[in-house]
Design a binder for this molecule. Sequence first.
Ligand SMILES: *Cc1c(COP(=O)(O)O)cnc(C)c1O
Length: 369
Amino acid sequence: MSLAKRVKPHIAALEPYQPGKPIEALERELGIQDSVKLASNESPCGPSPRAVAALREALDSVHRYPDGASFELRSSLAQRLEVGPDQLVFGCGCDELLELLAKAFLGPGDEVVYAWPSFAMYPIVVQGMGATSLRVPLDAEMVHDLDAMAAAVTPRTRIVIVCNPNNPTGTSVGAEAFERFATSLPDDVVLVVDEAYVEYVRRPDFPDARSWVERRPGTAVLRTFSKIHGLAGLRIGYAIADPELASYLERARHPFNVNRLAEVAALAALDDQEHLERARRINREGIAYLERELRALGFEVWPSDANFLLVRVGWDVYEPLLREGVIVRPMAAFGLEDCVRLSVGLPEENERCVKALRRLLEARRQEDA
Ligand SMILES: *Cc1c(COP(=O)(O)O)cnc(C)c1O
């Protein structure tokens, strides 16, 4: 008997997530060294030294199960965020929190509204439950069209996701538009605000999604230690929600979904304000440098509140850049073949990327001449 007849059709039809190419893979394939990876929005500043020290100390106890309640991390974070400990849910990355939301609220026939292009995990978790995605195109400025998203909500809508700032465009929505949107949603629709990049935000009128957890029960704000905290390899993220919504996600998770090392490192990273400030500054300066240089080369660059830029180069530059030892994220999967998403690196990495792009541009001009 073939399993093809038994596997759930919506699982068989899933297109697996395409992660950024690891540096090791590129160097192996091309036989090169010293390549730079600006493809996965990882922190170029690495993890906090305090987190690394805490990890070293924790290594000898990995024979013990983690604290399934993440007591210390929960207490520390709850205090910082001024929420109750019962308003936090930890997961194996933000990705798992998306899955828990899907597991708790979605089945065949249910709908999820989100913008597109946006985070490529959304369609995967929705389809994973046999539910249906309603993708609402970004507006002409590549910003969430919240009015159109509100209009897309139907009686079958169970979850609405706002990715703010949005991946892969870096654009964000302001407090006023968000308020209009959040107040218009029916009470029984779960509002998910994915704030994976919130620590990088610069716009002064950025919505305070955390306060919406108080104002509108049924709201979950997702955050991660993968981006500015530099702990992507450990896999830990969290949701802030009202106690009722949090309790459903708690029921849906595995008891030890967050590993011991991740708990220890996250706790230490929270305390390292200096590292956080440095990462923020390196990013701010990197964004300014890249915007200036890329526009000078004639490329279109969208304004970004995150640690990456969406760049319209004008042709498919992903493979040529790989051969220059620069890994960026191709945007062809979003129908943006002439664009790439570029994560901000250290100054020398950003310069490598700009120089490679300049070389490719000049070579192309010479070919045309
Ligand atoms: C990176 C990212 C996440 C979080 O990823 P995890 O590593 O699973 O915590 C969530 N949402 C968006 C939009 C992201 O870009």
